[in-house]
Design a protein around this ligand. Structure first.
Ligand code: HPA
Length: 274
């Protein structure tokens, strides 16, 4: 079936089940789900119940779309996200972003875990994305353009919303949140990088490296949705600090940063005006 039709059928299904109209879409990075606990839940739907929605093939529990209030703002949170390295196509990875747009979201917030390339960064600090480099080998916009959704050649001069970045920097200073601003480079994964690759990524201008966020950003920007994104720095990838990465260490670093991440996103949304 036509991709656009699948997006519309999925949206129609959700609208039939849920009358709540979200203003903000939130995609939480792997292991960074605690924000959900602060949402006053009005409704939720399992991905597997939504027609055409990608379904997790690996995890035993499927993902969930959660509708509710974060403070006084109406949000839809994706609990469970899709990565290119899991075998999903770029169209599948970004399908939920298309659906969230048709559900009415005006802005998109994204978090992720990433490796620090900038030698001024420490583990468990946060980095606000102010730009990105796309090194992923496929692009969600390849193929016939969905003219109804946006232009063929979307502008990328402001991939991350400058006003939200400024608001976040102010909040970070007020709340003593360890915070940087920098360039994220998106790679395929799933393997982590070699030393030579980390060096190259630093040389080409990146401050942090990860395996997500870029496809969702591209699709959101094509639809003119402002995006705010934050990386949790889980490991150090610059000379003198590169060592074998254990999953436990990455999770520990993410857990340490999570309260700051949650506070930052909550306050940025609270201060935001649509
Ligand atoms: N490289 C790529 N992705 C990552 C890393 C990394 O070092 N750490 C967390 N996600």
């Amino acid at each position: 079936m036509d991709y656009l039709l699948r997006i519309k059928e999925a949206t129609d299904y959700i609208k039939q089940k849920v009358s709540f109209e979200p203003e903000y879409g939130i995609i939480l990075g792997t292991g960074l789900g605690a924000l959900v606990e602060d949402v006053k839940v009005e409704d939720s739907i399992h991905y597997e119940d939504i027609p055409h929605f990608p379904v997790s093939t690996v995890e035993s529990h499927s993902g969930t779309l959660i509708f509710g209030y974060l403070g006084d703002k109406k949000v839809v949170v994706m609990k469970g996200r899709f990565h290119f390295y899991e075998g999903y196509s770029m169209k599948e990875v970004t399908f939920p972003v298309r659906v969230m747009k048709l559900l009415g979201i005006k802005k998109l917030i994204i978090s992720n875990a990433s490796g620090a390339l900038n030698p001024g960064y420490q583990k468990s600090e946060l980095m606000i994305l102010n730009d990105h480099i796309n090194l992923q080998t496929d692009n969600p916009l390849v193929g016939k353009n969905l003219d109804e959704m946006g232009v063929r050649f979307p502008d990328m001069s402001e991939p991350y919303d400058q006003k939200m970045i400024e608001a976040a920097v102010k909040i970070g200073a007020e709340e003593n949140i360890p915070l940087h601003q920098g360039v994220y480079v998106g790679v395929n994964g799933p393997n982590l990088e070699t030393r030579a690759e980390y060096n190259m990524l630093r040389v080409i201008g990146a401050d942090a490296v990860g395996m997500s966020t870029v496809p969702e950003n591209i699709v959101a920007r094509q639809m003119d949705i402002p995006v705010f994104a934050v990386s949790v720095l889980t490991d150090l990838c610059y000379p003198g600090h590169i060592k074998k990465i254990s999953v436990e260490e990455v999770i520990e670093a993410a857990m340490k940063a999570e309260p700051y991440l949650t506070m930052l996103i909550k306050k940025v949304i609270a201060a935001d005006k649509i």
